[in-house]
Design a protein around this ligand. Sequence first.
Ligand code: FES
Length: 147
Amino acid sequence: MGMMGAISAALGIPTLGYLLVPAREKKQSTWIEAADIGKLMVNQPEQVVFNRVRRDGWKTVTEKVAAWVVKTGDQQVVAFSPICTHLGCAVSWNAGEKSFACPCHTSVFSPDGKVVAGPAPRPLDRFDVRVDGIKVLLGEVKKSAEG
Ligand code: FES
């Protein structure tokens, strides 16, 4: 009985650790430092690219993520996903038109991410944003509502 207990513990404890560690890691902060607020100009979107660690099942993947960051006030910042909500092409900022433009099917988004023209069904998705001193921190992307 003692031997069976020892074998069960030897196999069970590492297995439990393996199963429980990812659940604990999910609680870690997902905020990524993406920009310095002092370097952003009000109402002039800046594209930022940063690395984010993503867990895909048991695999950990480091991926490059881009965002359009817009300073809207002294300490206010919004950040949009650069992925068009139509079919997923990358949008870019058109400074002359003061809008985000998608080259694929000509969707146009206003500086606050709303659809101005084209087939895009909803506004640009937004990142959660936090300003901590001079740091602009980006969190998860939140899918925008239809319409
Ligand atoms: S993917 Fe952007 S308009 Fe179609």
